[in-house]
Design a protein around this ligand. Sequence first.
Ligand code: BDR
Ligand code: CA
Length: 325
Amino acid sequence: MTRKMIIDTDTASDDAVALVMALQTPDIEIEAITIVAGNMPVEQASLNARYTIELCGKDVPVYDGLDRPLTRAPYRAYFFHGPDGMGGMNYPAPKLQPRQQHAVPALIETIKANPGILLVTLGPLTNVALAVAQAPEIAGMVSRCVVMGGAANTVGNITPAAEFNIWCDPEAARMVFHSGLPIEMVGWELCRGEANLSEADMRYCREVINTPLSHFAIDCNATAIQANQQWLGDPALALPDPVTMAVAIDPTICTRSSRHYVEVECDGIFTRGMTVVDQQGVAANIQDPSVAVWEQIVRRGSPNATVCWEIDIPRWKALLYQTLQ
Ligand code: BDR
Ligand code: CA
């Protein structure tokens, strides 16, 4: 039986590999790919997504969405993914064109037409926030909403406190985390260190798998490999969006998870976009009625997300390799 999926993405190099994984998984039927600004402006992200779809020999509807966060100035990750988001590879323009419809109504209609669909988010949550604001009922029609975003009570990658996708549009993230969507949070901390593709892993992709897709996966990440080292001091290639896609395709790749109340910091000077996970369940005990926001939290203190704490690294890589054949 096939499983239906929608992917919301700010397509740059690691998003592209995640798209390949979904496109190459035989029992996944992608109903829509919606594009959001983040790593790249929407126009470039859309080109990157459509190029990737064509490379896989597929034809999937692509809908362009919001080109900036709800209230914040846009911030692009050229420094990390290269001027085109694809390691400066200057891939040719795809023939596949985006649909006329905007991503937000496309998300709403696609979810309504496919109750039980799986939603995977690989970028800032701007499109998804507007979709649930306009049609709150869609939150209950999604079977799983697997989010690449946040850092569960640990350090961030764009600031010491925050992960890029949530930091870009924290107001949108807060709306989504409070929308009732069945969120599974895959934080940045799961996608670094041993989860990275090492030099040997990348050699395996090139020399042993040795397909157009396995070369593409490494080539388009040329800038990301360098930036990961220079910016984060993390060796080799980090692939946050593909790790998230692996969990979306095979939930058992997340080997430890638990449900928590998760809040997104929108006001902090140093903590903008921080994902505050109520790991010990203390939010419901806070007694400070003079502070309106805590009253809200006490009211809202029940779990709103499943936080993934651990992944099976060999199995995530095995799934990646399988889809690059
Ligand atoms: C996230 O930020 C982007 O640069 C990546 O595509 C990924 O979605 C990691 O923090
Ligand atoms: Ca992304």
